[in-house]
Design a protein around this ligand. Sequence first.
Ligand SMILES: *Cc1c(COP(=O)(O)O)cnc(C)c1O
Length: 462
Amino acid sequence: MRYISTRGGVSGISFKDAVMMGLADDGGLLLPQSIPHLTPGDIDALGMLDYPELAFQIISRYVSDIPAADLKDLIERSYATFDHPEITPTVNKDGIYILELFHGPTLAFKDVALQFLGNLFEYLLKERGERMNIIGATSGDTGSAAIYGVRSKENINIFILHPHGKVSPVQELQMTTVADDNVFNFAMDGTFDDCQSIVKQIFGDLEFKNKYALGAVNSINWARVLAQIVYYFSAYAQVRAQTNCQQVTFSIPTGNFGDIFAGFIAKRMGLPIRTLILATNENDILTRFVNAGDYSISSVHQTLSPSMDIQLASNLERYLYYLFDEDPRRVREAMATFQAEGRLQFDSATVARIGAELRSASGSSAATVTTIKNFYTATGYTLDPHTAVGVYAGQLLADSDIPLICLATAHPAKFGAAVREAIGRDPELPAVIAALDPTQKRCKKIPADIAVVKTFIAENAC
Ligand SMILES: *Cc1c(COP(=O)(O)O)cnc(C)c1O
């Protein structure tokens, strides 16, 4: 399998090079040059496998330059850190299937991708005799999952920027209490988008990027999307085993469009997904995109689901590539227009095409609280606020004749305040969270200034 850029300036590169490149050198995002297709028979056969075997079967279709035994080993080690034998179990609550993606070390779905990416980076760096300095922006969950993915790994340092005061206390503790020498945290004045924009600009400085061997962990890295495709197949198999369904609908709490894009690829591979429901909070740029063809920036709202407090969805460019019939020229034009005007407007024919694949609703903070409360009352099950936004949109938009699978993207204990507001008591604290020690925090507070970040990286790079 070879990889190309959405903007057409990079092509013919291997999986390993795509992983190491992160953002494509032409400013676009990397994609496989074709998407493997599976028959219904293949898909049912995959459903018999355990999670690491299934992951190998999906991932290996996109990786032709790592020996099978090595790839298997990387996958097995990545999911050995999960605390549930099924890795991503599906539980039926009141007729809704909750896909629990939070059984990894930081209790958020991002562990599924970042445990794998950490091992992959370590493997590739060792093979090449190289080093890497990872730089990433986080609205909370990416940072801790990335840090846990690479902590203590050799030849890797990691620098994570989070918006000061805008991540949950548990998320902040998870990131800043990791004692390994290769981990550096910044609390930056500004929003998540400010952090992300600084990271993007640093990657855009090719000289700096090459000099310090910068690597990315944001969902712009193809390997992350790839690892996430797997649980769509796993969830389908689990629900099909119980219901013998022919099709399913997924509802996905969405920020950067990474998770839902993995579902989109799963669908193009042949997984019988009727609808992908794109759930947003008050930061509804993607809902406006799906429902009205209006992709325009507005200001960022702070909500109860901070990992979705995002205006610019980096992975949308990957979706646009397919929406534009795989024409990089049209992607380039659209991104230039967006850069210049801060908005893209799509005509009604395009909106209809989008609507054939995606439906979308935006759940307010009030809707989030009500959904957590009602779901708890009806089932005794506690949703985290991100998952609740997905359940809200799913209940609103799913067809009732096929199973609805809602992605549970975080454990409720990561977002205690929202849960308390909804059900009047604290979520149960898992032992790994109770053990975090606030006196061990290590973090540098900085202004939103790219020069400060670059200087610090230059001084602390491996
Ligand atoms: C990152 C995150 C999301 C959004 O996922 P994207 O891939 O950015 O769309 C949703 N919920 C939680 C808990 C997250 O950490």
